[in-house]
Design a protein around this ligand. Structure first.
Ligand code: GLA
Length: 375
């Protein structure tokens, strides 16, 4: 392991996790999403080592590994693949620039909780190396190569939202991102006196990657069939509901419901932003509840524990909105809670969760912060 105390860094990067208010599973369907970078981060410290080897130590995982830059291939250890993938893709974009380096990784961002710790790691690593060796990669290249790492080295056919939020996030702003064009608006928000509370179910389903990829395939089946009659639709989120309904009895019930969710969620995401801009937090919160319902009933990516946590908040007048967040099948719910009731809220939900599932819940209070930056 690299010695933390005597490590003299040449570059330090802080790379945040992401939250998402609404627009789930829309990024790979060309829809509108509303993520932000959070104040829980991964910190990566770098120094050159004048060799062709990279030595990476993760303090959190108490793990350490060495990489030969001439042999960037997949391994059986998931977190090594994040690093290998990023190096591989930098090498593809800018051949023969990478040299050996040492890197220490620390984190106060929960791993495997649906907060995109993987995008934080990939983007932070890419950004740090870009700075260390003055490679000159643009933000878009950093975002895309991190996304490509997921596709090739991890096997998760994710969209662009997480990497985009990690790189482009801005303190106290939400990113209203059009995933078809990658154009985005920065929306300044101040939820005071409400705060953002994430409830980590501490459930993580092993099948999440394969189920996620299957959803993506299901959307593509729906679009392929619709395009036979309406070839101009490039993305499922853009298909009008009336057109989808023409195919209700052509598509399987399952595929129809996936498409229905995508089309409705995209509209909901656009409406939610309109409410936000009008400072109508009540209706913004209602959109979050409706989003959860769609994810649960039509897209089927929620799970019992997440449904339980969202259900608990219904009827609490100090909670504006609640829903599962991210890819699903476990991870966190996002809740907008009045600050005067936060302690009580956390205590009550922890108690109810323990009683029902005999499992611990972790609460994370978060704020909206800047994207990955060199410190
Ligand atoms: C994961 C993926 C993202 C996005 C979300 C769901 O976080 O990495 O690309 O699809 O799920 O919105």
């Amino acid at each position: 392991m690299l010695a933390v105390n005597s490590f003299v860094s040449e570059v330090v990067v802080q790379s945040p996790g992401r939250i998402n208010f609404i627009g789930e599973h829309l990024d790979y369907n060309g829809g509108h999403v509303l993520p932000a970078a959070m104040n829980q981060k991964i910190t990566l410290k770098f120094r050159k080592n004048n060799s062709h080897m990279c030595h990476v130590t993760s303090i959190l995982l108490k793990n350490d590994f060495k990489i030969d830059l001439n042999n960037l291939v997949k391994t059986d250890t998931q977190w090594h693949n994040f690093i290998l993938g990023v190096l591989f893709h930098i090498n593809v974009l800018k051949p023969n620039i990478l040299k050996g380096f040492d890197c220490i990784i620390e984190s106060d961002l929960a791993l495997g909780a649906g907060l995109s710790s993987s995008a934080a790691l990939e983007c932070g690593l890419a950004k740090g190396i870009n700075e260390l060796f003055k490679i000159g990669l643009t933000d878009t290249e950093l975002i895309e190569l991190s996304r490509d790492t997921e596709h090739t080295f991890i096997g998760a056919k994710c969209g662009i939202m997480d990497q985009f939020a990690v790189i482009k996030g801005k303190k106290n702003h939400l990113l209203f991102l059009n995933c078809e064009t990658l154009a985005y608006d920065l929306i300044e928000v101040d939820f005071k006196p409400y705060i953002i509370v994430l409830l980590n179910s501490n459930v993580s389903h092993n099948l999440a990657n394969s189920a996620y990829n299957r959803r993506r395939d299901e959307c593509s089946i729906a679009l392929t069939i619709i395009k036979k009659k309406y070839p101009n639709y490039k993305f499922l989120s853009k298909v009008p509901l009336e057109i989808l309904n023409e195919f209700e009895h052509v598509l399987s019930d399952e595929i129809y419901h996936r498409a229905l969710y995508v089309i409705e969620e995209n509209k909901r995401s656009i409406n939610a932003v309109a409410h936000l801009k009008n400072f109508d937090f009540i209706n913004f919160g209602n959109c979050l509840y409706q989003s959860h319902y769609g994810l649960q009933q039509h897209y089927e990516v929620s799970c019992e524990e997440l449904d339980f946590l969202v259900e608990l908040t219904k009827g609490l007048d100090y909670v504006l909105g609640s829903r599962m967040m991210g890819g699903g099948f476990g991870g966190c719910t996002i809740n907008i809670v009045h600050s005067t009731h936060v302690d009580q809220f956390i205590e009550d939900t922890k108690g109810a969760y323990r009683k029902t599932y005999n499992k611990e819940l972790s609460a994370i209070i978060t704020t909206i912060d800047d994207g990955a930056c060199i410190v």
